[in-house]
Design a protein around this ligand. Sequence first.
Ligand code: G4P
Length: 304
Amino acid sequence: MSKTDNVKGYDNTNINWYPGHMAKAKRMMQDNIKLIDVVIEILDARIPYSSKNPDIDDMAKGKSRILLLNKADMADPKKTEIWKKYYEEKGFYVNAVNSKNGTGVKATSEIIKKACAEKIERDRKKRILNRPLRAMIAGIPNSGKSTFINSYAGKAVTKTGNKPGVTVGKQWIRLSKDVELLDTPGILWPKFEDRQTGLHIAFIGSINDDILYPEDMAYELIKILKEQYPGVLNERYGSKSGDEGDEIKELIEDSSDPVEILEKIGKIRGCLKKGASVDLLKTSKLLIDDFRSLKLGRITLENP
Ligand code: G4P
């Protein structure tokens, strides 16, 4: 197996990454799910496929389901719209949100009511009035669960805990007369179905970068950018000022080999080792940082 084709220490076909704390988190979620009406899964809008955990479908059977494409401010808006439609067709209630500045967050209460329409109707028939809908936030690490809860619940809410019928220790945040939110989010383990989903999850900082070779991430990013965002690499790394102050443009993308492209970027950016060969590790980190800090623009890595 070549170095550029491997995930550190793991076989590509069977990435065995399932730390003990994730098993504990899963048990906790299974317990909590029994108490709620609706699961709100927070996805990262830049990787709407890889940030969704398929196992939650089993755990949340019979519950209403909402998917929030979070960090929409960092993702490609056209693709976010496409993903929204895709998941809606699969029966989810979907919204794009930016938990950091609050865009789209408040609409969640209305979406919860829509998603729970059947339950509301059942309660009404049984003459159960004013029973709030109970929601739980879930998502893989770093998807923005805490940021979302803080933005959604704000400061003005009162916590209601330890009341009869509620498991001792559970804290519910009363958001309105209709909605209560469990204040601890469910942590889902990222899926490692294949090498590509593992790499994509690494891009959003959901797993420690040390698990993967940054070079592998860089090659994957270059491949995606070349295919789906042609011109972005040329734009970002291909222009520099010449001696006369004039702009020199270099075509970074005119190679089909990601290694060659990474080398070109490293050369232009002066990421060199002793002896003037290109430092591919340093160049990879530069590229990954540029992606994470939006210097390459709003990029969504996956298509439905
Ligand atoms: P988690 O609970 O799911 O693990 O995620 P958390 O809320 O801690 O969010 C992880 C990072 O993502 C945080 O950045 C947070 O600010 C950022 N984030 C969450 N939602 C959004 C969003 O909609 N848009 C953007 N742009 N960022 C979002 P951080 O760098 O770890 O912290 P900080 O420097 O922002 O405080």
